[in-house]
Ligand binder design. Structure first.
Ligand code: PXP
Length: 247
C-alpha cells in the first residue's frame, strides 16, 4: 500500500486566523494517526502563516509514525530542522505572496542552496525529498544531488480540465515515476489531491507516498460540523436556567 502523509497545515491556518490556541495541530495529528495516517506532514513557512515553531517541536515529540517537514532551503529553517530532526525533510520553493506552494522546486536554478541544505540535513541522518515538477531534467538533478526521494507536484494534474488534459498530465506523472525509480529515487506525490482525483494516482506503479492536506482538512470540517453544533446545543440546554422557556 501507498503511505498517506496527512498535511495538517490548515488546522493551524484556522487557529492562526484568531491567534488562538485551537484547533491544535498536535491534537489533529493524534486523530489523523488514529484514522490511519502513515505520517504527518507540516510546512514551516518563513512567514509562519500557519505552522509555528512550537508545533514543530511538539509534533516531533508526539508523532508516533513519520514526521515530514516541508521547508524552503533557508538557513534559518535548516537550522530548526537540524535541531528537530524530522524523519524526512521535503524541500519546497516558497514565495511570500503565494496562497500555497506554486510549482515545483527548480533544482537546477537553485543548485547551490539546495545542495548546501541537502548536505547538512543528510549529515544529520534526515531523509531528503525534493518537491519537483515531473520533468526529467529536474529528476536527474535531484538524483545527482543525492536526494533520497522526489515528490512530484501534482497541481498541473489536479487542475487539468477535461479528459484529454487529465490523461496528458497522468502520462507525465507515470513517465516521470518510471524515470525516477530507474535512478533509484523513492517517488512521492502531492498537491491538490482529493477523494476523486487520487484514484488514478494510486494506480501508478511504484508510487510510495502521497501527501494530502486541503481536501482532508476540508472534509474534516464538514463531517465534524453536525456533531460540533449538537454538542454546543447540548451545553446550552444543560445550563439554561429555566428549561420550560427553552424553544
Ligand atoms: N506536498 C507538498 C510539498 C505541499 O507543499 C503541499 C501543500 O502544502 C501538499 C503536499 C499538500 O497539498 P494539498 O493541501 O493541496 O493536499
Amino acid at each position: 500500500m501507498i503511505r498517506l502523509g496527512v498535511n495538517i497545515d490548515h488546522v493551524a491556518t484556522v487557529r492562526q486566523a484568531r491567534r488562538a490556541n485551537e484547533p491544535d495541530p498536535v491534537a489533529a495529528a493524534v486523530l489523523a494517526t488514529l484514522g490511519g495516517a502513515d505520517g504527518i506532514t507540516i510546512h514551516l513557512r518563513e512567514d509562519r502563516r500557519h505552522i509555528q515553531d512550537r508545533d514543530v517541536y511538539l509534533l516531533r515529540e508526539t508523532v508516533t509514525t513519520r514526521l515530514n517537514l516541508e521547508m524552503a532551503a533557508y538557513d534559518e529553517i535548516v537550522a530548526i530542522a537540524l535541531k528537530v530532526k524530522p524523519d524526512e525533510v521535503t524541500l519546497v520553493p516558497e514565495k511570500r505572496q503565494e496562497l500555497t506552494t506554486e510549482g515545483g522546486l527548480d533544482v537546477l536554478a537553485n543548485i547551490v542552496n539546495v545542495q548546501g541544505a541537502i548536505q547538512q540535513l543528510k549529515a544529520a541522518n534526515i531523509h531528503i525529498s525534493l518537491f519537483i515538477d515531473p520533468d526529467p531534467a529536474q529528476i536527474d538533478a535531484s538524483a545527482q544531488l543525492g536526494a533520497n526521494a522526489i515528490e512530484f507536484q501534482t497541481a498541473c494534474y489536479s487542475e487539468a480540465k477535461g479528459e484529454v488534459a487529465v490523461e496528458r498530465e497522468l502520462e507525465k506523472l507515470r513517465a516521470a515515476t518510471a524515470h525516477a525509480i530507474g535512478l533509484g529515487l523513492h517517488v512521492h506525490m502531492g498537491h491538490g489531491l482529493n477523494y476523486w482525483n487520487v484514484q488514478p494516482i494510486v494506480r501508478i506503479a511504484g508510487v510510495e507516498e502521497l501527501n494530502i492536506g486541503h481536501s482532508i482538512v476540508s472534509r474534516a470540517v464538514l463531517v465534524g460540523m453536525e456533531r460540533a453544533v449538537r454538542e454546543m446545543k447540548q451545553v446550552m440546554q444543560e445550563h439554561y436556567p429555566n428549561p420550560r422557556k427553552s424553544r
